[in-house]
Ligand binder design. Sequence first.
Ligand SMILES: O=C(O)CCC(=O)C(=O)O
Length: 273
Amino acid sequence: MNAVPRYGVKLTTPAHDIYDVLAEEVRLLGYAALDAGFSDDELDAFSRYFEDARVRYAEDASRRGHDLAFLKEVDAIRLLPVIQNHFWSIVFNGNLHQLLSCLLGDYYILNQVNGLINRGNNSAYHQAQYHRDLPYQHFTSSRPLAINALFALDDFTLENGATRVIPASHHREAFPPDELVRKAEEQVVVKRGMFIILDCMVYHAGGTNRTSVDRRAINHVFTLPIIRQQFHMPTVVGDPTGFSDKQKKILGYGLEELRSLDDWFAQRSARAG
Ligand SMILES: O=C(O)CCC(=O)C(=O)O
């Protein structure tokens, strides 16, 4: 293909494959879409597992005496893969991790993973308010600190409330004026089976679902290991048998804070050995 015409350009960002291109799209605009590569049969199965997890999660919460409606938690299934372990194959999707390693390097951890339900018939949806995934933070960084891989379990359409983003807003500290938000916001329409990859500092929100059918998604926040996990994954996952060393590292095994000087010296001697 012919190069894009330009002049006065001495420096360009190299791109060796599609992942380099997508990574630069996330750096520049704050978001990009990535195909996870699942078949229709696999996506149908995820859809059934999700509904199963949704029922079990609500029953379990009620058995423990928690009222999800009172807690404003009806839109979320926290720790979805812990409830239904088929979802680990989305957490550890190969295409996703190829892109994450371009964006976050060779050490990043899973901060949170939630099933999300944007219910139909114009229902209120907690995620429909603009936010950053590192909320309350107002700084910019030269590289991403955290990435949200939002997996579309259903097609995201204009009618069912596809995710809205304010492109490039991760490059600014403050939330833009409302007039600009209305002018600049983009709605990201994707087919089921795609991830929307978001720099966690780009402002984004779900849309209103004007159809009668729920729009379901799974968010996966991955961060540099300097950021505390929402859930301490090694504790909630428990026995890590069945996870590879790389997967255990992503789950945050081996990251525990040191509790004593003896812990410090033990760590030093393991590294020296
Ligand atoms: O439901 C959506 O489209 C947006 C989800 C969201 O805002 C999030 O995962 O932080």
